[in-house]
Design a protein around this ligand. Structure first.
Ligand code: SAH
Length: 352
């Protein structure tokens, strides 16, 4: 059995753990700083922590759970990483350079149980949930990469996080609340909730839990259909929750966190780019505090589905915009490095 990950502990848990091992109270702060500010991956990096305490911590906890096994950089600057976990499983993370900061795209599960027809991660089903520390350590590695190879014109360490990598974040309720707390805590990563976006396919149970927990971070609903039937066809598992309920919960969440919920809509030629779908989507999005983000399909290697062409994308967007819906088109980065969620891992699985 692997040891617990030190990075999975919320700040209030670090003090008792350090205390039990004989460390003074202020040592907990130092240790937390090494985890969440200085991105330590080795115990001997914790220079101001006494050696005996480091050794005692190392006996009880693991500090590193992820080993980088692949790094690709796209011509557009997108950086994609494949990490091996302690049990040999692999997950992906991505750095997406924006104008003034980077966006980190993180994974929350190995595989996924939602079975969405257009998604690479769904193909192998769910293997397991990631632990909180495994999710947070992705940030550690991405920040270390940015420190080693800065993006010109970017502020020092400013980054946003989107949970749009492998897995369904709301299907990993064991870890997600802990991860969000550590990200926003002053003794954790001290991130503003404005910089965090949870993206979900909207399984009912998870969505209800999120609304009840009200963490205040941004919410993106990956809709996949404008009727229950359409949605079930493309997203069999989340599609079990009635669309009306998904929309209602998305709107309630937006009102309680005072920021609009984004509806993500994947555009597949001939399947999800029909004018009547745009009109129904406009109606759904107009029913509450929503905006829409259109994502032309990233083609998977073994799939006959194709992304909508530029004209169809524009026409679809036009219908929404005319209806007064704030609509953007996501230009996917990293196409030349298979950066669509789950693609890198799949290619590696196929080649071994
Ligand atoms: N499970 C969560 C987060 C991971 S998927 C969710 O569904 O939101 C992140 C986003 O990528 C979702 O909006 C999803 O619809 C989209 N996506 C998945 N596969 C895609 C593909 N092949 N092309 C374009 N977008 C895709």
């Amino acid at each position: 059995m692997a040891k617990p990950l030190l990075r999975s502990l919320v700040p209030e848990e670090i003090a008792p753990a350090v205390g039990e091992l004989g460390g003074e109270a202020y040592r907990a702060r130092q240790v937390a700083g090494w985890l969440h500010v200085h991105d330590a991956l080795q115990w001997d990096e914790m220079r101001n922590v006494p050696r005996p305490l480091r050794a005692a911590l190392a006996e009880r906890f693991d500090l590193q759970a992820l080993t980088p096994v692949e790094r690709q950089e796209s011509s557009d600057g997108t950086r994609k990483f494949l990490f091996r976990l302690r049990d040999g499983q692999t997950v992906e993370s991505v750095i997406i350079p924006m104008e003034s900061h980077s966006t980190f795209c993180l994974s929350t599960q190995v595989g996924c149980a939602m079975a969405c027809r257009f998604c690479a991660t769904a193909r192998g089903g769910l293997v397991r949930n990631l632990e909180a520390g495994e999710i947070l350590e992705q940030i550690t590695h991405l920040r270390r990469d940015l420190a080693a190879a800065p993006i010109s014109g970017h502020g020092d360490r400013q980054f946003n996080v989107v949970f749009m990598g492998m897995g369904e974040p709301l299907d990993n309720w064991d870890a997600l609340p802990t991860v969000l707390r550590i990200m926003m805590d002053d003794d954790g990563l001290a991130m503003s909730k404005r910089r965090i976006q949870v993206s979900t396919s909207g399984p009912g149970e998870g969505l209800r839990r999120l609304v009840a927990a009200a963490p205040g971070v941004g919410l993106t609903l990956s809709l996949g259909g404008t009727t229950d039937e359409e949605r079930r066809r493309l997203m069999p598992v989340p599609g079990r929750t009635p669309l009306a309920e998904v929309i209602e919960l998305g709107a309630r969440y937006a009102r309680q966190s005072a920021r609009r919920t984004t509806i993500a809509w994947v555009l597949i030629a001939g399947k999800t780019d029909q004018p009547e779908q745009a009109r129904r989507l406009a109606k759904l999005a107009g029913s509450g505090p929503f905006k829409v983000n259109l994502i032309p399909l990233n083609v998977l290697d073994d799939d006959a589905q194709e992304p909508s062409g530029p004209a169809a994308v524009l026409a679809f967007q036009e219908i929404l915009t005319r209806a007064g819906i704030d609509t953007t088109v996501r230009l996917s980065g990293g196409r030349d490095i298979a950066a669509a969620c789950g693609q890198l891992r799949r290619r590696r699985l196929a080649s071994t």
